[in-house]
Design a protein around this ligand. Structure first.
Ligand code: ADE
Length: 231
């Protein structure tokens, strides 16, 4: 998998991929990434990449030229999904992370200001994606959010001890609570069943906890789960 990030703020990506599991994945060759600075493709002597919106209104719009030229600087760009991060896109979910992980490469366009010229979207973008119902100042964090989730679905990213199958959303339920040592912390004890060694009882308890949590916090997920499993 190779990620391409088109951005005005390249440092954000180098910081994230320089730490923790993303760094390990890059070092081991599970994934690679390239950051393309849209500003380098400005033909303006002041390296401007934005302009006033036609029709008026607040804010600035990112001009189409620099973005299109940045995109076309990627070898074989036509063969990859081109993802534009926008609150107006389709909500990103775990299943999308697994689907995008099958691509050989992904191109992320990170917008700023009031958005990008619609003609870039019409001509080049294959997927408009939102990471949630809130507005951020730019597409960098949403692109990294997607890149992180997708990476966890790549073969060789998670070690043997880790697994996607037990996680929130993989089974349609939120996760059960976890505990580690010490057995008593600030007068709060670890639930006794977890110390019992009774695997069946532990499994039942975790399932009940996951169901109760999902019902309380995400009734939408709970209803979908109940429908699917006839609970
Ligand atoms: N850009 C700004 N806010 C965003 C969001 N919530 N999702 C995707 N891209 C964005």
């Amino acid at each position: 998998m190779k990620y391409y990030f088109l951005t005005l703020f390249p440092g954000v990506f180098h910081a994230y991929f320089g730490e923790s599991m993303m760094k390990r994945a890059v070092d081991s060759g599970v994934l690679s990434f390239e950051v393309i600075d849209i500003r380098e493709f400005s033909e303006n002597k002041h390296r401007r990449v934005d302009d006033y919106p036609y029709g008026g209104g607040a804010g600035m719009v990112m001009a189409p030229g620099p973005i299109a030229r940045a995109l076309k600087s990627i070898p074989n760009w036509q063969s990859y999904p081109v993802i534009y991060l926008t609150p107006g896109g389709k909500p990103f979910e775990q299943a999308d992370g697994a689907a995008f992980a099958k691509a050989e490469g992904l191109i992320f366009i990170c917008g700023h200001y009031e958005g990008i010229d619609q003609r870039v979207i019409d001509a080049y973008v294959t997927h408009e994606v939102s990471t949630g119902d809130y507005v951020l100042t730019g597409g960098e964090l949403p692109a990294l959010t997607m890149a992180d989730c997708i990476a966890r679905n790549l073969p060789g990213f998670l070690g043997n001890a880790e697994s996607l199958s037990e996680e929130s959303f993989e089974r349609g339920l939120l996760e059960y609570p976890q505990y580690t040592r010490p057995p008593v912390f600030e007068e709060m004890s670890v639930p006794e069943v977890l110390l019992s060694g009774n695997h069946k009882a532990i499994e039942d308890w975790r399932r009940a906890q996951a169901l109760a949590k999902t019902r309380a916090v995400r009734p939408d997920l709970y209803d979908a789960f109940a429908l699917e499993t006839n609970q």
